[in-house]
Design a binder for this molecule. Structure first.
Ligand code: FNR
Length: 363
């Protein structure tokens, strides 16, 4: 009899067993030598938690507010594409689980269900993640649809002028899964007959706009009244630019190490970005978050919340909606334990002095 998974890594193992090889490799993999993929995890291991004792921790409050939306804990669902690869109900199941956990789901533009279908299937607080296409009119329509269907913010992913080199996908000739949001809007000719590696990569390289740059944030602001978060910031230079162009939030992310190998582990980049932003906009982080202690460390270094990508898909692949609920509950429970044992009854009690890193940021 199989036992229930007790942590995110065990969910990954169940997902690996449940998924066809091509899909597991696509979800789990990173770019090139996967150095950053390993570092996203290992960088958390280099941080210690400095607990305080004899604090009244009889009540723990993990709730927090992101862009004015109250969530039960600082753990959000990162945008990841094609959830139907993992489970037939795809993002509908993920969104219901996010609603049950009282958190925010960032729906990927590359979702298997359309943003309208996801909106009508649950009452989760939803943000919409955007890629900008060469066909700007298509991106405009998508943003307007998101606004009309109750998405509360646009997350502009800015680290993907083309797809990173994911060698497992090249070997497996990874399919380009159907993208429901683009139906009737964008047809891109992918060289299926050429038999040359990842079809997903061909699609992205054909459709995405590599000329997107800082001035285009003004364009995005001109077509929506929704707040805009930029996802993919890894340096203080870009954090300062993001504040200057007037974004409403920053997501420190290396796209789950799927884009530029040897980009920094996100938790290593976090503190310099937090310092640069000087509290002007919220800073969120994703990449390698697998434990409540990881969340605690990111908060101590100045993140307002974290997003989780692969753990959600592993939950979905292993046990559908229930799996995603369990993954979110596990992370919440682990964070609660971390807060209790380190003497932090509320999120705001978690401070820089509760962690030590071996890579100190020198001002
Ligand atoms: C992603 N990510 C991603 N990001 C994005 O902005 N749009 C997208 O469509 C996708 N799709 C996607 C698919 C898969 C399978 C993965 C694993 C990741 C990146 C995602 O939002 C996030 O940055 C990382 O997943 C965070 O790292 P962890 O939590 O997976 O380690």
């Amino acid at each position: 009899m199989s036992t229930e998974p007790v942590n995110v890594d065990e969910f990954e193992e169940l997902a690996r067993q449940a998924l066809p090889r091509m899909y597991y490799d696509y979800i789990a993999g990173g770019a090139e030598d996967q150095h950053t993929l390993r570092q996203n995890i290992q960088a958390f291991c280099r941080i210690t938690i400095q607990p305080r004792i004899l604090v009244d921790v009889s009540k723990i409050d993990m709730s927090t507010t992101i862009l004015g939306y109250r969530i039960s804990a600082p753990i959000m669902v990162a945008p990841t594409g094609s959830h139907k690869l993992a489970y037939h109900e795809g993002e509908l199941a993920t969104a219901r689980a996010a609603a049950a956990a009282k958190t925010i789901m960032v729906l990927s533009l590359a979702s298997s269900y359309s943003m309208e279908e996801v909106a009508s299937s649950c009452n989760a607080i939803r943000f919409f993640q955007l890629y900008v296409f060469k066909r700007r009119d298509v991106s405009t329509l998508l943003v307007q649809r998101a606004e009309r269907f109750g998405y509360k913010a646009i997350v502009l992913t800015a680290d993907t002028p083309r797809l990173g080199r994911r060698e497992a996908d090249i070997k497996n000739k990874m399919i380009a899964p159907p993208q429901k949001n683009l139906e009737g809007l964008l047809s891109v000719k992918v060289e299926v007959e050429s038999d040359q590696g990842s079809l997903l990569e061909s699609f992205v390289n054909e459709a995405f706009d590599p000329s997107l740059c800082w001035k285009d944030v003004a364009w995005l602001k001109s077509i929506t009244s929704l707040p805009i978060l930029i996802k993919g910031i890894l340096t203080h230079e870009d954090a300062i630019k993001a504040v200057e162009v007037g974004v409403d939030g920053i997501i420190v992310s290396n796209h789950g190490a799927r884009q530029l190998d040897f980009s920094p582990a996100t938790v290593s980049a976090l503190e310099e970005i937090v310092h640069a932003v000087k509290g002007k906009v919220p800073v969120l982080l994703d990449g390698g978050v697998r434990r409540g202690t990881d969340i605690f460390k990111a908060l101590a270094l100045g993140a307002q919340a974290v997003l989780v990508g692969r753990p959600i898909i592993y939950g979905l692949a292993a046990k559908g909606e229930r799996g995603v609920r369990t993954v979110l509950e596990m992370l919440k429970n682990e964070l609660e334990i971390s807060m209790t044992l380190s003497g932090c009854p509320c999120i705001k009690d978690i401070t820089r002095s509760h962690v030590r890193t071996n890579t100190h940021y020198d001002k």
